[in-house]
Ligand binder design. Sequence first.
Ligand SMILES: Cc1cc2nc3c(=O)[nH]c(=O)nc-3n(C[C@H](O)[C@H](O)[C@H](O)COP(=O)(O)O)c2cc1C
Length: 164
Amino acid sequence: MTAEHTVLDPRTMRNVMGNFCTGVTVITALDGDAPLGFACQSFTSVSLDPPLVSFCPARTSTTWPRIREIGTLAINVLAESQRTLCAAFAVSGGNKFRGVDWVPGDNGAPALDGALARVEATVETEHDAGDHTIVVARVTGLTALPSNGPLLFYRGTYGHFDRL
Ligand SMILES: Cc1cc2nc3c(=O)[nH]c(=O)nc-3n(C[C@H](O)[C@H](O)[C@H](O)COP(=O)(O)O)c2cc1C
């Protein structure tokens, strides 16, 4: 496809970008006694020294402003067995934590049972980026957990990883 034939509408952008397979995370924080969280695939490692990660919340997210206010969060990297859990964290409103096993992690943010890994962090900076924002967070804790393979997201559906 040449540049002049590329149609830059949101649906095409979503469809083409969907070819970039990612893992999925649930980003959590604790607001008093209330656990907060939302599903997020835009997570990436940014810098080793200092240790920084980033992710991109949508401006429409109702959970992100509450997590930003707390400033202390956990990025739970989902395992392939957590597809149903992921779907529950991808909807706005309701009690997303119903039936979910979790404990407060070292920084208080919910650590979800069964996750592949957990990155604890504090919000460092946030940058405007169209209908999303780019959050840069400083890593304060790292945990890899025994589990099965990763939950993947590709072309709008979930999958799992098979070694070649
Ligand atoms: C696989 C997957 C990946 C997602 N990645 C993101 C993301 O990177 N950023 C984002 O803001 N929303 C993402 N979402 C959508 C949010 O999870 C959803 O809009 C959010 O949970 C809405 O709830 P809230 O209003 O409580 O924030 C993703 C959803 C799914 C299913």
